[in-house]
Design a protein around this ligand. Structure first.
Ligand SMILES: NC(=O)C1=CN([C@@H]2O[C@H](COP(=O)(O)OP(=O)(O)OC[C@H]3O[C@@H](n4cnc5c(N)ncnc54)[C@H](OP(=O)(O)O)[C@@H]3O)[C@@H](O)[C@H]2O)[C@@H](O)CC1
Ligand SMILES: Nc1ncnc2c1ncn2[C@@H]1O[C@H](COP(=O)(O)OP(=O)(O)O)[C@@H](O)[C@H]1O
Ligand SMILES: [Mg+2]
Length: 281
């Protein structure tokens, strides 16, 4: 039976954990953001900065070599690992244990990237968020769906969703197909849109924050960083998805009187995360 729940402040306060007084960066969670390709390193910069500004203690970005100085300069608080290739990722490898991994922003669909993504999926056991070209690669290789770790979070926009589940002819059918996908693979689907819905099997969570100011390049990359950060901090995957979309939308609601719809950009999401957290009390 389908259940519908609103994502509002009441719902969020069931999950939200203020930071403990005696915490330190070592227990605040370490997020790994894997992505980027020549011309799309910005997606990783936005995602990584959003992850740090959402409260995880450490963030590492894994990018092709051309991204090294870009990420280090954009956000020195983030650590950077590089692939052997200059313009795209060909061999995902890291020698530490992150608490959550977000993969996909700006990663492209180079054949070598697809290969290393498959190898990564076969061995990875760390909580995972997949976005953007990570989803597009999967859509081209549907047998890989069986490799999702249980409770993986997928964050498709409508076009990415269509590539994953196929076309729909009505809103009702879109929800039916997304629910079936979530049940079949035991994944949580953040169906981005206006508004965004989080689908966990037959439970549909409808977000109540956000506005058209979010229709701007990179705002999904930022959302992915926020959700990965919450996952790294120990939130359950469903809680991380719900709290993430709520905070993301709230930043746009808070900023709107200052920026208007048109001049709000993805960095404004990041800049308003502090105010969004403060509004939770
Ligand atoms: N600064 C950077 O480095 C940035 C890097 N980025 C990276 O670029 C990569 C490609 O990502 P992408 O989403 O731009 O391309 P893609 O998957 O072809 O989808 C585009 C098509 O989807 C549709 N569509 C989208 N939203 C929709 C909606 N709400 N409602 C309905 N339809 C919607 C729309 O289709 P149309 O309506 O035109 O048919 C549109 O043409 C990815 O890795 C990402 O991380 C970007 O994040 C930007 C900043
Ligand atoms: N009109 C709108 N109202 C509310 N949220 C929106 C609107 N348009 C876009 N968004 C949000 O902005 C984000 C866009 O994500 P995405 O398309 O992946 O952007 P990008 O790939 O450029 O980072 C999603 O979270 C989506 O829900
Ligand atoms: Mg996107």
């Amino acid at each position: 039976m389908i259940t519908s729940i609103s994502i509002d402040k009441n719902e969020i306060l069931k999950y939200y954990k203020p930071m403990a007084v005696d915490t330190h960066k070592g227990i605040q969670g370490h997020a790994l953001i894997i992505g980027g390709s020549y011309g799309k390193i910005g997606a990783v910069c936005l995602s990584s900065k959003a992850a740090l500004k959402t409260g995880c203690g450490l963030v590492t970005a894994f990018v092709p070599k051309c991204g090294y100085e870009i990420v280090q300069t954009f956000i020195p608080e983030v650590m950077v690992l590089t692939d052997v290739k200059k313009k795209y990722i060909s061999n995902i490898s890291f020698e530490f244990q992150p608490n959550a991994i977000g993969i996909g922003p700006g990663i492209g669909q180079h054949e070598a990237t697809q290969k290393t993504f498959l190898k990564f999926l076969k061995t990875n056991t760390i909580p995972l968020v997949i976005d953007a070209d990570g989803l597009n690669i999967l859509s081209q290789n549907k047998s890989w769906f069986l490799l999702f770790p249980s409770r993986t979070i997928l964050t498709p926009h409508p076009k990415e969703l269509e590539r994953l589940i196929g076309e729909w002819t009505s809103e009702e059918e879109k929800f039916e197909k997304t629910i079936s996908f979530s049940l079949q693979y035991n994944v949580i689907i953040v169906m981005k849109g206006a508004p965004t819905h989080v689908i966990d099997g037959e439970t549909i969570y409808k977000n109540r924050t956000g506005n058209p100011a979010l229709a701007t390049a990179g705002s999904g990359d930022v959302l992915k960083g926020i959700i990965t950060s919450l996952l790294a901090q120990g939130y359950e995957p469903l809680q991380a998805a719900i709290l993430g979309v709520y905070l993301h939308g709230l930043t746009a609601d808070i900023a709107l009187p200052k920026t208007g719809f048109q001049s709000f950009i993805a960095s404004d999401v990041i800049d308003n995360l502090g105010a969004a957290f403060l509004s939770l009390g």
